[in-house]
Structure formats: structure tokens, C-alpha cells
Design a binder for this molecule. Sequence first.
Ligand code: S3P
Length: 181
Amino acid sequence: MKDQIWLIGFMGTGKSRIARPLAVALGWERVDIDELIEQEAGEGVPDIFRHGGEGAFRVLETKVIERVAQTPNVVVATGGGSVLSEINREAMKARGFIVCLDARVDTIAARVMASDAHVSERPLLQGDDPLARITSLKAEREALYRQADFIIQTDDMTPDQVTHQILLAFREQPAVPGNAT
Ligand code: S3P
């Protein structure tokens, strides 16, 4: 039985929002990769991008993911770009059940735009046309998100419903003989 759940998916699909109730339901620890990156760097995500570019952010992201991947009984909210690196994907898969939270572009835009602070915290959505940026970036990453063990369309669901569906999917996993931890 896998002893981690990793939440992947595009920005604004609810990864951080869902990690909390999911962790409570399982009696596991909640871990947020962006929060750990900020602790590691001693500055916020926008400042990491400003000072070291996306490359510096991705190096820290991989370092933190590799560390968390050693920890049992965790629900992990990742950043939307964590799937870009094969090292990250392999680390997550080793003992993790991978869940992709999906949403339509308009839902993502509405969630991300709901607060100005929210947009400014997401360096990759800066520019004149965040909607176009969401559309193209999401399309580029779609094949990687689709590699998840379970994909859930969140547009018309409450956080409680999403949490419940993930728990059902996780508990339905077949036990792999000889691979129990
Ligand atoms: C990113 C998503 C962000 C954060 C960083 C890069 C991405 O996390 O890690 O701004 O590449 O999609 P959220 O998905 O939590 O917004």
C-alpha cells in the first residue's frame, strides 16, 4: 500500500485547499512543497523567481521533493510545475499515489484571479494576458498531468466532495503482493 498521496495539477486547481482535509481524514501530515521551498530559500516564491529565475526555483523544488519523498504518511500539495522534471516524477511515484486535480481554464482563471495577491504570487502568470498564459501552459503540461494514478475534475465539486472521491480511489488501490510497506 502506498503511504503518500501527492496532489499534482495546474495552479488554481485546489491542491493546497484539498491537502488539508485529506491529511486530516487519513491522520497523516500535510506538506506543501511551495511552503518548504520558501523556508529553504528564506524568501517567497516571487522573490526566488526575481532573484534566481525559474531555474533557481526548480532546483529548490527538486531538492525539497526528494526530501519529502522519503517521508511516510504524508499528503503533499505540489506546485503546478513539479511534474516537469523526470527526477521529481520518479521521486513522487516511488511510494506515492499520484492524484491530478483538474479544472477548466475558465475555472482556473476565476480561482486565480479571485484575489490580486494570488496572481502576483504566481510569477508564471504575469503579463498582459493571464488567460492565454494559463491556456498554453496547461496544454504544454497536460500529458504529464495525465500520468497520475487518479484524475479528478474539480470544477463543479465542493472541496469535501473532492476529498471524498480521492479517499475512495486511494482505498480501492489493489495491494501489490510483496510490495507492502
Ligand atoms: C508553478 C506553480 C506554483 C509555484 C510556482 C510555479 C508552476 O504553485 O510552484 O509559482 O510552474 O505551475 P501552485 O500550483 O500552487 O500555484
